[in-house]
Unconditional design. Sequence first.
Length: 256
Amino acid sequence: MGAPQTVFIPFGEWKPDLAEFSHDGLLEASGVSPLADTYVPVQTWLATTDVLPAAPVGYWIHNTDLGAGFTAYVGTATKLYELNTTNVEPWTRADKTRTVGGDYSAGSFVSGWQGASFGDAVIMIDANDDPQLLTSPAVANFVKLATTAGGAAGTGMDPRARYVFPIRNNLALANITLPTALIRPDATTELAAGSYPFHVCWSATDNARQYGSFASTPSMTGTGFQPLAYDMGYITGGVGGQYGLIAMQRGWVRMD
């Protein structure tokens, strides 16, 4: 008996829209992927991380300043975790949940955790909790982002938000909620406590932890807020960079 021979079977192209009669290809191709002029079995998923204690509801991939590749951050409804991706598979999990304030109350994946990088700092937010800051991957736990408390004259504001993204040297928060009011130095209210799904606010220049406005906190350079009153619905997302692109229900707004 001779050695086994490899035989190439010419399956032909996948042409499901043609009639069966005199068909020179395939009507059905299930469980395969095209490769050159043939098909190969579809690869299965491979687990690359430790098992999380609960279902994830958002994540962020952070490029480190140290040139050590990237670090992944993932949130469940109650916790924030860091996944160590350095020469390890599966990636190892470390609990980075805040030590002050207890467990989080993040919502579903649709409105759960959103992330952003600001230098080597990582910011994670969900609509129900104070935005969280990890000043670098080397730090043990997340802390509250804003150091401005709000609720009194000249103290700025303490926003929560659904979306976060950096624009040059400022950190933007969009679709915001204020637990306390933004008060001017003369004790009048500039922005009352409440939900503002059409508003975006941004931090002081080079300081992601201070929020206010020129009228209420003139010493905080570069910070402010803006209602996007363009009859396009509420804010549904955003991306940053040299300028921002803010997604709304019926359109986009550029932010410079």
